[in-house]
Every structure is written in structure tokens, then in C-alpha cells.
Design a protein around this ligand. Sequence first.
Ligand code: SIN
Length: 552
Amino acid sequence: MDLYEQRRYLSTFTANRVPHIFTDVLVIGGGIAGLRAAIEASRYGDVLVVTKSGPFRSNTAFAQGGIAVVFSDDDSCEQHIADTLQVACGLGDYGPIDTLIRRGPAEVKELLDWGARFDRDSDGKLCRGREAGHGLSRVLHADGDATGHEIAETLIHRAIEAPRIRVFYQCFTIDLVTLDDVCCGAITYHPKYGHQLVWAKQTILASGGAGRLFRETTNPEIATADGTAMAYRTGAVLRDMEMVQFHPTTMYVAGATRTLISEAVRGEGAYLVDRQGRRFMTDYHPDAELAPRDVVSRAILTEMSRTKSPCVFLDVRHIPRDRFAKRFPSIYERCRQFDMDVAHEFIPVRPSAHYMIGGLVVDQDTRTTVPGLLACGEVACTGVHGANRLASNSLLEGLVFGAIAGRAAGESLAHWSANGHPSLISTATTKARRVELDLEDIRNSLRALMTRSVGIEREMQRLDEAIHDIDFWGRYVMDKTFDKPYDWESQNMLTVARLIALAARNRTESRGVHHRTDFPNTDDQRWRVHVTLRRGDEGPVLGTNPVDEAPA
Ligand code: SIN
């Protein structure tokens, strides 16, 4: 049996020796999906939210562009659905997309009622930005380019005010706990309180994405794929794990943390140019800078290679400085911190890992294949993004499916009955035989490997090599029982990196964000299916799910 498959629990604990906490609904994750789910579930029962970091450290809080939603008379749900399906490249599921877009306006209206301050024009009308793939401007934003922060703040306040919600910050979820294959909570670790066993009648996983598996990423340090890995260990079915979206424009300053330069900047008219200042996107796509993200990212790679340069550039010199600074205050300030005068200089950019499209298979109520476990937000694969995510649809997804998850979990409380007995939990592992490796070194090597071999362009030999390396590291890392979050995260990162590489090797075609240089064409006959993955005794088991077709 391979080592990744052996581990059911990363940590050893004895149920009757750790403190027990009881709640009706446990929510793992404090971003938009988790908080929205918690607020909804608290209408039905007691809710505990656990998050491994502090407030404002989620991917949500870093979102710049905004939230795509139909909010004006010149737009329609049909048009937004059509744009979403078009960008999804044949893998978008109609039912969930229809739900997302038709429920979106009511969810956003509620957010406004709760105090979210989105930008308005002088007539008090909501401002709408333009991003790639949208047939018209429909992206609402706040403080110019700080939309995520405003949404996070609104939801955090709402959650704090809710009498039935408790939030544990800095509380790392090590594993979901199952009894007879039913999820009944999680084992967590807090630096002050140690291990705690949280018993929940329903558990909602909203733990976010996996950007940190790649060296180049827009994601904060928390995005280490913990939720995906722990769900995989329970036997939950995952799908579309090969679908990782890269954002074309991340500020590139060697040695500095990468900073997202929102697509909305191109929506406001910025050009992509090479080091000579030549605008190149017009050579690649009729929509030029507003072509789908996968097209722009690959064009940038081609230009970087052609010009032997580590980056290309955004040219915003033709946008008046004051207008740019007002519309994008955070980006303007970030450029200023690097002594870049955007009125006279180009902004150096290159693509980086941005959003995990694949994740846990969920039904229309966000239930995973593990009873008692629901999932929403980036950790779930609702099918709304297909093979490529339409810009700014993900905050909407977090809101809409977060609310659905909270309601579904809440409504289930009435039918819940106790399952098994805590003392039945066994987390025994065999003693490690191999030497320890330097986890920091492995993590850096893994992130470089993923960017190089499982990134924007992929091909069989490099994927094979990547899987070989990850398997090698796994032999030394997955047999150990660690006792701190950094180390558990590293085990999770290896687990999920391997699944992404395996899924990418399996799909021998190119579609959306998954580009195989050895299979450059889209093969609808064979591959217009979702590919599923679940844990098996001898290794991951692959399967398929049909696409939910739009009505004729
Ligand atoms: C951006 O601001 O470009 C990111 C928006 C998104 O990824 O949806």
C-alpha cells in the first residue's frame, strides 16, 4: 500500500485524553464561504467556526477585482450564465451555474443590507467594473481594489454579532473525524490548548484553496490545501483536480512577495507589453488583454521566452494618474512602495497560481460524498467554473453556496442521531522507519516543481517526473507523525500536489486552464467529463462524472 493512502489521521490522539467540544455545526474556514455558511447555520443551532489563522488572512480578504453579479437593467441572468458557460470550456455544470447566477443578486443585496459599502458613482448607483470573459461591465467593487476586505469585514461583524456563533482563531484542523464513515467533527490543534476533539452534528468544510503549492502564487500563506487533503483522507470524492487557474498579472519584483494586479486594471484599459513596449495580446486573441485568463497566461509565457525575460509589463501610462490612484488605491500604493511611478513606468508582471477549480464533489445542497460533511467555496467543486473560472465569479460562489451549505446543515439538525462512540476512534500509525528530511527544503522544492512541471503548460514526461519526486518525498514525510501545523501543512501539500499531478497526467487533452503541450487539442468525445479521484487501498482511484448539460 502506498504511503499517501496509509494515513487516515496525521496525528495520534486518544479520544478520552483530549478535551471535547460540542457544537451543532462546525465550520472549518473563515473566508466568505465559511462565514456566510456560519451566519446561515446559526439560524438553526450553535455554530463553531475554526480557522487556522486570524481574521483577514483568507483568500477572500485579498480579493481585489470584485464580485460579478447581475445588478442592472442592461444585464440579465441569461447573459451572465452564457458568459460563465462559455469561459468554462465545456465542463461547466448548468444546474449549479443557474443557481449561482439567479441567487446571486439576492445574496449581494443582503450583503449590502448588512452594511457592505461598494463603490457608487455620483448618482449613488453602484459602479461596475469590466473583467475578461464578461459581455459587459458587471463586477461590483469596494474601495476600488479592496473588495474582498470589505466583504470579509461585513461578514466578520455579522458573525460576531450572531449570538450562536463562536469563532476560534489560530485553531488548526488536523483531520476530520469519522465514525462508521460518517463525519462527526474534527480534531484540532491550538497553540495554547493543544489537541481538541470537536463533535459536530454537521461539518462544513470551507477551508479555501491550494495556491501555496506553487512557487508563484497570488494566495496568502494559509492556502496549503489542508481541507482537500483531510477530506481525501476520509475517502471523500474529489474531481477536476487538474484544473488550477493561473492569474496572468502578478507583480514581479525578484525577491518580493507576489502581489496581484487585478484583471480590472486591464478592464480599465491597461496594455500588456514586452520590454520594448510592444503591445502583444492583439497577436493572440481578438479580445486582446481581455481574452480568457488561460489564453493571456500562455501568451505571457510565450513572450517571456521569446524576449528571454522573467516578466512582461502592464502599461497604464495612458490612464491619468489620479484616475488610476482612485480606482486602484492598493495597487497604486504597492507600486509606489517599489518606487514605480505608474504614470511613467511599466509594471512588471507574470502569471501565478490563483484559484483551485477542482475540489470536493458536492450535490446541489453542497453535501459531499461523506455523510455529515458539506463543502463550499474554493475547497468544493460545485461545477460552476468547469475548466476555467469567469473572473470575479468566485466571491459570488462563496456567498451563494455558503448560504446553501449553512441552510442545508441547519435543516439536517432536526434529523440527526448520534453515530458510534468516540472511544472507537483509532489513530494508531506504524512507527516511521526512514530518516527525517528538511521540511522547509521539501516545501520549497515542491513549490518550484509544481510551478515548473504542473503549471500553465504540462507534458507527460515532466508530469511523470513530478509524480516520481512527490512520491519520493512522500516516502520520507508521510510515514512521520508530526506535532505542529507547519509540518501537517507540508503533508497536506504533498498529498494534494500529487493528486493534481496525477489528474493532469490523466487528462490527455487541452481544455481551459489545463494545457498539455503534447495534447494541444480539446477532445470532446473522450474528455468532456469531470474526472473524479478518491482514496483507494492501492492508490488513488480515478472515475468520471458526466457534465450537467444546459437544457436544449
Ligand atoms: C482580479 O482582481 O483580477 C481577481 C479576480 C478574480 O480572480 O476573480
